[in-house]
Design a protein. Structure first.
Length: 288
């Protein structure tokens, strides 16, 4: 396609973003350098890359004579066909095709699904669509999500969106599939951990420690998250189930996340980062 800055002859390529990645980019590439994106629904956005693989930025788009939404629509207009469903699950392994169904959901072969389309943008090359009434297909998506986490690659989002008359909207799958609640909670924690890992890698600073969460599966099968805070070290704490406090003598104590925040009081401040982190000053008190 010839894009909005047509005199260059440049072709734009659609790219999928989640809120967590954009939150990091708001710090590392703020203002005019930030990718320009079109909001889709839930925590999903679609942006554009130039042929060199660099994001089309807000500063670039300010010079365009056409709307960004129109250019995105052009970028996905030549996308290949949506794959056929396999026992109620459509798996798209091409990012442009995935972006095309987010922008133009009428491309989805809805007759292959049981119920309204529900889309999981697990990774840029692993987007799954199932019917809202097909719990078995959702269980297969959970299998796929766990495999992707175990492989260690970049993930996008574990929060699905469902197609409604108003467009794509966040889908409460825990409420819809109570029998899968434990597995859904585990996948949500896995994806949260990966997002925090990427955030810490991108934003690491010498004056403050980015605490990285870990997961632990209890004997009951419940998956929990925790982070260890070295007492006396200014740190940025992710949202976890439990905080392990390690003092300089090597003594460990454990508090729930809420207990830790309550003990710190006003000293612990929620930051504007996405995913959310809390700043812990070096002198923050610990739970008794």
């Amino acid at each position: 396609m010839t894009n909005a800055w047509g005199e260059t002859g440049m072709n734009a390529v659609a790219r999928i973003y989640a809120a967590s990645e954009l939150g990091v980019l708001a710090v590392t590439a703020p203002g005019d350098a930030h990718p320009r994106v079109e909001y889709i629904g839930g925590e999903l956005f679609v942006g554009l890359d130039d042929p060199a693989g660099s994001a089309v930025t807000q500063g670039q788009v300010e010079t365009w004579t056409r709307s960004f939404a129109d250019v995105v629509a052009d970028a996905v207009a030549s996308a290949g066909p949506v794959p056929a469903g396999d026992d109620g699950l459509i798996l798209i392994e091409d990012e442009v095709v995935s972006a095309s169904v987010l922008v133009s959901p009428d491309r989805i072969p809805a007759d292959a699904l049981a119920g309204a389309p529900v889309l999981f943008a697990l990774a840029r090359d692993q987007v799954a669509i199932v019917g809202a009434d097909d719990e078995a297909a959702v269980a297969r998506v959970l299998d796929l999500a766990e495999r992707l986490y175990d492989q260690g690659g970049a993930l996008v989002s574990a929060h699905p969106v469902a197609l409604t008359p108003a467009g794509w909207e966040r889908f409460d799958w825990i409420q819809r599939y109570p029998a899968l609640e434990m597995r859904i909670a585990r996948v949500l924690r896995f994806f949260s951990v990966r997002a925090y890992e990427r955030q810490g890698e991108a934003l690491q600073r010498p004056d403050v420690r980015f605490l990285i969460p870990k997961t632990r599966v209890l004997e009951t099968g419940v998956t929990t998250t925790f982070a260890a805070w070295p007492k006396g070290v200014a740190s940025l704490l992710p949202v976890v189930d439990n905080v392990i406090i390690a003092d300089r003598s090597g003594t460990l104590s454990v508090a729930t996340f809420d207990q830790f925040l309550d003990a710190g009081g006003d000293a612990i401040v929620r930051t504007g980062l996405s995913p959310v982190r809390y700043f812990i000053p070096s002198e923050a008190p610990e739970p008794e």
